[in-house]
Design a protein around this ligand. Structure first.
Ligand SMILES: C[S@@+](CC[C@H](N)C(=O)[O-])C[C@H]1O[C@@H](n2cnc3c(N)ncnc32)[C@H](O)[C@@H]1O
Length: 311
């Protein structure tokens, strides 16, 4: 038995029920009475176990990379267009959300390991908020992607992360889905080395998960095999011309029906790059495939995840 106070739980439930109208209350009653919630509870427990594995992987990566998870060989420059164009070298801190989740972030700010503000002119109270940027997706976003957004059965499918960095998305695909082939294409050698070491350290099946050290532009043969690609914000890593080139390359080589997953809307990316007209009829927005699993998530936290299909 846990030592949780049952009276306290009832108090909290009543507080929540106060917010519901009669129909909503009946819906909740039916959920409990049908005992469907037991199955949902099991599923939630299994999701938490997968999250624990990803947390262990994150902890192993922390020992291999600098605190900001930017490699010595990397040249990272704040973007000049788009929603992160206000970032500069002095007002931006890189905190990897796969390695440090919300609770760890708060803990680190309380312990002053990371600061939230910077002084605009020294010794004054004229301070501004620092901008925190993550170059990996968080564990919770990945759980949402694989449990709610993508189809449940990915047997026989090929999943490619373009710019796989520390490999977080690859490990998400490995532990949260049954997708058959998982490939990461990453241009930075040090990042590829971290991914290779983690794959070995956690004894992942190398027939299922692969890392390719390359510029994606040189991997047309692989990109044409994708059933699902994920391509997240490379604007700190490439200049605008190269960024455009990657989009033209994807448009030319992704096959009809391929899913494209992004952590911002395609319109916002292409508008910022000023190439939206040429991509007008390329993608169609897709609905989430497993709405029934939304009950495991606070869906408002995931409005920046977009799923498209190539026309
Ligand atoms: C923002 S990180 C994305 C990490 C991970 N895919 C995620 O979504 O959590 C972008 C990564 O793309 C890599 N990258 C940028 N341009 C690339 C290219 N042309 N070919 C391969 N990798 C590239 C960068 O080195 C960087 O590690």
């Amino acid at each position: 038995m846990s030592d949780i106070n049952i009276g306290n739980i009832k108090y909290n439930l009543l507080e929540m029920f106060l917010e519901l109208d009669d129909d909503e209350l009946i819906n909740i009653e039916q959920w409990i009475n049908s005992r469907a919630y037991k199955k949902d509870l099991e599923e939630k427990r299994s999701l938490m176990k997968s999250e624990d594995i990803l947390r262990n992987i994150g902890d192993a990566i922390k020992k291999k990379v600098p605190f900001e998870a930017v490699m010595p060989s990397e040249k990272i420059s704040p973007p000049t267009v788009g929603d992160l164009a206000d970032c500069t070298d002095s007002n931006t801190i890189h905190v990897d959300e796969f390695l440090y989740d919300k609770d760890e972030f708060e803990d680190m700010t309380q312990k002053k390991k990371i600061q939230l503000h910077y002084c605009v002119d020294c010794n004054s109270r004229n301070i501004k908020e620092l901008i925190y940027v993550s170059h990996s997706m968080s564990k919770s976003v990945m759980m949402f992607i694989f449990k709610v957004v993508l189809p449940k059965d990915l047997e026989g499918k090929t999943f490619i992360d373009i710019g796989s960095r520390l490999g977080s998305v690859l490990y998400g695909a490995y532990y949260l889905s049954n997708v058959s082939t998982i490939m990461g294409i990453e241009m930075n050698k040090e990042c590829c080395d971290v991914q290779e070491e983690i794959i070995d350290q956690f004894s992942m099946n190398r027939n299922r998960i692969k890392v390719i050290h390359s510029d994606v532009l040189d991997k047309k043969d692989i990109i044409t095999t994708a059933d699902i690609v994920i391509f997240n914000a490379v604007d700190f890593f490439v200049d605008n011309e190269k960024h455009k080139e990657i989009w033209y390359f994807l448009k030319a080589n992704l096959q009809k029906g391929c899913f494209v997953l992004l952590n911002r809307s395609i319109a916002s990316i292409l508008l910022a790059l000023n190439i939206i007209e040429e991509f007008k009829d390329w993608l169609t927005i897709s609905k989430c495939n497993n709405i029934e699993n939304e009950l495991f998530f606070n869906v408002e936290d995931y409005t920046e995840i977009f799923l498209y299909t190539v026309n």
